[in-house]
Design a protein around this ligand. Sequence first.
Ligand SMILES: [Cu+2]
Length: 510
Amino acid sequence: MLMLEKFVDRLPIMKTILPNANIHHMPFYEVTMSETYQKLHQDLPPTKIWGYNGHYPGPTFHVQKNQPIHVLWKNKLPSKHFLPIDTTVHGAGENVPEVRTVVHLHGGATPSASDGYPEAWFTKDFKQVGPHFTNRIYTYPNQQNGTTLWYHDHALGITRLNIYAGLAGMYIIHDPEEIRLNLPQNPYDLPLLIQDRSFHPDGSLLYPSQPAKPISEVDPSILEEFFGDTILVNGKVWPYYNVEPRRYRFRILNGSNSRFYRLSLSNGLPFVQIGTDQGLLETPISVPSLLIAPAERADVIVDFSCCYGESIVLKNDAASPFPKGEKPDPDTTGSVMKFHVVSPLTCLDESSIPDILDTVPRLSSFQQVRMLKLSMRPDSYGRSIHLLDGRLWSDPISETPRLGSTEIWNLVNVSHGTHPIHLHLVRFQIIDRQPFDAEIYQKEGRVVPTAPRMLPELNERGWKDTVRANPNEITRIIVPFGPYAGLFVWHCHILEHEDYEMMRPFFVIR
Ligand SMILES: [Cu+2]
């Protein structure tokens, strides 16, 4: 393992992308995926990455609520992948081009044709396209609550590798109504995109071609999970950031392949969480630590006004795999970044945190209930394969909610780890979680609850698009299906699971 000095590079803030043109009063953006080299740490040679507009992470979209935009995503990547492809996983066989891309706006309420279906992929200059490809230009309506979304690659069977190569960026929907809340604003409103990576000594990205217990018949082989030994924020290894003694708003995104984080600040300062994946909470929730699974977002305020002169480490103590794996080493993956409260106040901090942020109407009526098992079994090589409802990606569509209807999905996790389950298109609420008897399930296949239903954490009681489904628990979510009909996917956001069968299509019918 490469030992890199921590907190020596300043936290970069991704550039804001500007539209190339306006078409019929709609901003039109062009984004080119390309290969380039980027300094990820002062002591590392430049690292080969794949970036949107040549940057890792990609530029940030700042869009206005109810202002639709068009985006042309262009693939200018090489025809060879630089990370190890396992041709035995779904959609990644010898019969498809090695480098395929398709962009998904995570959390976007997006029509099907612009949602980035995993088989709507395209190669360089659209020379080849996948079976579900229909259109080059995507439309994002932005008719949803102001919040932090992110865009990333979603090509079938190689999503974990394309995102690991660098294909991810932030997308912030600004609601003009939010101004009345007087929350900290730019330059005190900052994105923190957290990812783990490993490196070869020459600075190149290290993604193992074999799991810890190698599979001799399959090379390269997919891993059950990937955990890097180095933490990056906004594309820099263990950065630092000089802050003023005032309130900051951080839009935290876990963009890691498999790693969960339980974040805390070394001086005990709390996070005041104001928003979840899909928008503001009803009231601010002060939490000493913040658990965040792959693809989840947390919108938080940190008030540094008390700590002028202090250096504060953003720490992580989540086990990997979560929750039963190893705890991180405080010297490496147990640290994320450092804040130095050393900058003088440029002006008085007049921001505030109001007691009431928004209304989140509780959903209660529903038309359909589904029991969906999250399970695991060995494949023919003895590797773990994770399944949704016991089905493969290629099995016929089984979830066909009606447009405008509301459903309760019971996510029954009979596997060993927490799966962050993400549904495209929709936002949902977590109703509760209930533990069940794992032994009875193993012996008889019956789900017998062992304790009462537990309400979600206070900071989970907002609109969500990704939910942590813990092992030996039934996680119930209530989901209004809309605003569009059509073909979408739901999946585990541990990318190594998503790429190996833990993803299913669903079809919203009219
Ligand atoms: Cu999973």
